[in-house]
Design a protein around this ligand. Structure first.
Ligand code: NAD
Ligand code: MN
Length: 806
């Protein structure tokens, strides 16, 4: 036997990390209480849940089973703590965050072992990835606490935040949630996942050790139905941050509808891993290992759909199978193991069920020849070929070590296949042609795109989804906005004026003069008696064939507009989709068109002023002001169109991350009542400046200023379908928009009740919502009526990772 043979045949010896310090730590504390107000308390129920080691199936610890009474106590503690915590200087909070980071590093080994024991993931991953990233998040956000006053002027913390996390990266998800919330001055009630609470409880000890003020961080363990739901519904919680499955995210969206709670959702995925024929295939193979077998595939952004250019498909599959034969699966504490255990028997059965379904649907399953351990919950790395793109294994998130391979011929086909999913969390693109890779990255609808790499994370770079993968970002400066609100919103805000109930006096004919509230009378602008909608660049008759009367505040009929319905909204959505090439044009061009719109509006400023007077009976001067602010607002967004540009991040790797704001897509907009022209333009201008196309429902009571804009748009080179206007019953039309699966976001400025309906209905395709909750903003004021808040709502961040070096 030669040395070579020995190397080929020799088995690895076991190299286990010692578990005894972690087991002793558990034993000394069992059963674990709840962490409320910096104290360990017994759960009100007196009940405990078992936490199991997935690699052995044996009991590891007893953790408290909280309920709504415990949540109530924790929220009360957090509310009290908020009074002082939010008032500390950024520097003081930075010191606490820094202390947390330091202490996490000191306890790194214990945390890594605990995580492996509790979750089943390999010690190599917890030690080299999870825990270092946890520390990094606290360091990074200590910096944002320090800089908050200067870098986020005009913003305040949200208040008490409820945070709900999954079991796949227990401590890392805790860090992603807690670090930014603390940095921005919020206090926290966090619910760990049922299967994996132990590292969160160790973190609670660290909170005590560093002397974080009582009540700032509270940790309540227990079951979803008792703890999770109580937290979501608690009236004194100001924000919910959730990471987990899309189904639960959808139920949380519905449960919080109309509550004024801020919401961020990081949900599931079925991320494409796209391989072009010029990619370095050996790197690709290692990439696939990291994409789908990392953490046993229990990764929300796992590259679970392997899309291969047809001419290299066979070659890559063979290379991959050879690599799979060499993967090592076993005791998670063994330092030489690639894959550990699946988190629970329930999850294991779900993976088995989906794999059987894949076989039944006719796909070809391949697994390595070696056998899994029989004790504990293990599942081998699995590759499916001959997969039909519509089959369930190609569409459903398996959340296990299962990859499905499909092929494409051209880059266009690759993009179409990549986007053939309801999700949009992440994507990998592999090619040695940087031009091709950077062309594909913006075309894939996903929050993170990794070029020639995969599953890269850093605190500096935002992470979060498009489409049904949720909304909101964690990490980077963009992630901070999830935990703040503009200061003016925390002051008492005026409720929206109810739509003024008009005594409709059908006998009153239109007057030929307008009377302003100061008694001045003016000649009326000519009334266009043809009731029309503006869809696809054309003035079209409403489907209903009906029109609705428009009255002034005294109940005088001053004109009519088209009575839009569901069908008109659907046509408008179609037109808005057909105009999506708007986003591909240059930002210079979009700016130019906004300037033209301003120019054409300015040349008719008298007419627009009179129209406002006619509808609102305000004074001419007052209405003239509204027109002037409107012109200024158009200039603002013409200015922003080529200046809201994104950032280049420098995470700790050789490379850069390009954080690019991309348009949401098609936005439904329901305009506020009070300023018929300014309210309309304040929403439409930022949306189209950022490359969106819109369907607008104008002010319910005063729609004529918006319909007067048809001609302005027609003469301003605005491409057909970029702005579509449907007049009619505003709340009914908003509902149709909120329910529509091809609308990507909805903005609603109206009543509290209407806001609730919009948020509830948005859960269908998890579109992003921006609602006023029945609060009015001062549209004349530049702080409230324009600026980056609008631009952020009009965009979603894509982070494109571009490593360099050979
Ligand atoms: P899950 O949605 O069942 O549970 C997540 C958390 O929510 C748990 O703490 C659970 O107890 C709690 N919960 C469940 N139902 C609830 C309810 N009705 N109200 C309040 N809380 C409730 O998901 P899971 O099985 O723990 O995790 C797997 C899922 O998480 C996968 O679908 C995966 O894609 C997703 N995930 C997403 C990300 C991301 O960043 N986007 C990260 C990790 C995991
Ligand atoms: Mn009148």
């Amino acid at each position: 036997m030669s040395v070579m043979d020995i190397f080929e045949t020799m088995e690895y010896g076991p190299a286990p990390e010692a578990s005894s310090p972690a087991l002793t730590w558990i034993k000394e504390r069992q059963p674990f209480g709840l962490f409320i107000n910096n104290q360990w308390v017994r759960p009100v129920s007196g009940q405990y849940l078992e936490s199991v080691n997935p690699a052995t199936g044996k009991s590891l610890a007893q953790v408290a089973s909280g309920n709504s009474a415990d949540i109530d106590a924790a929220v009360t503690a957090a509310r009290r703590a908020f009074e002082t915590w939010s008032q500390l200087t950024g520097h003081t909070r930075a010191r606490y965050l820094y202390a947390l980071a330091r202490q996490i590093q000191k306890h790194a080994r214990l945390l890594a072992v605990l995580e492996s024991l509790d979750n089943g993931k390999s010690i190599r991953e917890t030690r080299d990835l999870d825990i270092p990233l946890v520390a990094r998040h606290f360091y990074y956000h200590a910096g944002w606490a320090q800089l908050m006053a200067s870098e986020l002027p005009g913003y305040q913390p949200v208040g008490v935040v409820g945070q709900i996390i999954p079991w796949n990266f227990p401590l890392l998800m805790l860090a992603w949630k807690i670090a930014p919330a603390l940095a921005m001055g919020n206090t926290i009630v966090l619910k760990p996942a049922r299967y994996t609470s132990l590292t969160a409880l160790k973190f609670a000890e660290i909170v005590q050790e560093i002397g974080l003020p009582p009540g700032v961080v509270n940790i309540v363990t227990g079951e979803a139905s008792r703890v999770g739901e109580a937290l979501v519904r608690h009236p004194d919680v100001n924000k919910i941050a959730f990471t987990g499955s899309t189904d639960v995210g959808r139920s949380i969206r519905r449960a919080t509808a109309g509550s004024s709670k801020k919401l961020s959702l990081e949900l599931g995925g079925k991320s494409p891993f796209v391989v072009f024929d010029d990619a370095d295939l050996d790197s690709v193979v290692e990439g696939v290992v990291d994409a789908i077998w990392f953490n046993q595939g229990q990764v929300c952004c796992a590259g679970s759909r392997l899309l291969i250019q047809e001419n290299i498909e066979q070659l890559l599959i063979r290379k991959l199978q050879a690599r799979m034969e060499k993967l090592r699966l076993g005791d998670p504490l063994d330092k030489a193991v690639d894959m550990g255990a699946i988190v629970s028997p329930v999850q294991l059965r779900e993976i088995q069920r989906l794999v059987e379904q894949g076989v039944a649907e006719g796909a070809q399953k391949w697994q390595p020849s070696w056998a899994c351990p029989t004790e504990g919950s293990f599942f081998p790395p699995t590759l499916f070929t001959h997969v039909s793109p519509a089959s369930s294994i190609a569409q459903v998130e398996i959340f296990g070590p299962v990859v499905v391979a499909m092929s494409f011929r051209t880059p266009e086909e690759a993009v179409a296949l990549a986007n053939n999913t309801r999700y949009g969390l992440a994507a990998s693109v592999w090619s040695d042609n940087i031009n091709l890779a950077l062309d594909i990255a913006p075309k894939i609808k996903a929050g993170s795109v990794w070029i020639n790499c995969t599953n890269m994370f850093d605190a500096s770079s935002g992470f979060g989804g498009y489409r049904e993968s949720g909304f909101g970002r964690e990490g980077g400066k963009e992630g901070l906005y999830e935990y703040v609100r503009p200061a003016w919103k925390t002051e008492t805000v005026r409720p929206t004026a109810e739509t003024i109930l008009i005594a409709k006096d059908s006998t009153t004919e239109e007057e030929d003069e307008v009377s302003a509230s100061d008694g001045t009378r003016f000649a009326l602008p000519a009334i266009d008696r043809t009731p029309k909608l503006f869809i696809g660049g054309r003035q079209v008759r409403p489907d209903s064939g009906y029109s609705r009367d428009v009255y002034d505040v005294h109940g005088h009929r001053i004109g009519e507009v088209g009575e839009g319905n569901r069908k008109d909204i659907r046509n408008a959505v179609e037109a808005a989709h057909a105009a999506r090439s708007w986003s591909a044009g240059t930002t210079h061009n979009r700016a130019q068109i906004l300037y033209y719109i301003a120019e054409n509006l300015a040349s008719r400023e008298d007419e627009f002023t009179r129209r406002i007077v006619q509808q609102t009976n305000r004074t001419y001067d007052d209405a003239f002001d509204e027109v002037q602010v409107t012109l200024s607002r158009l200039f603002s967004y013409a200015a922003w169109a080529d200046k809201f540009e994104g950032i280049v991040h420098r995470p700790p790797m050789r490379g850069v991350v390009l954080a690019m704001p991309e348009p949401m897509g098609v936005i439904g907009v329901a305009c506020p009542e009070p300023y018929p022209l300014l309210g309309f333009v304040s929403l439409v201008a930022p949306a189209i400046a950022m490359g969106n196309t819109v369907i607008v429902v104008p002010s319910h009571q005063s729609p004529l200023s918006a319909t007067d804009c048809y001609q302005v748009f027609e003469t301003s080179d605005l491409p057909s379908g970029v702005v579509n206007i449907v007049t009619g019953e505003r709340d009914v039309l908003s509902q149709v928009l909120a329910e529509h699966d091809d609308v990507d976001a909805i903005w609603y400025f109206g009543s509290a009740e209407g806001s609730k309906h919009v948020e509830f209905a948005s859960a269908g395709n998890m579109k992003r919502t921006w609602v006023s909750n029945g609060h009015e903003r001062d549209w004349l004021d530049a702080v409230q009526g324009e600026g980056q808040e609008f631009l952020r709502e009009a965009t979603q961040m894509k982070n494109i990772w571009v490593p360099y070096g050979e």
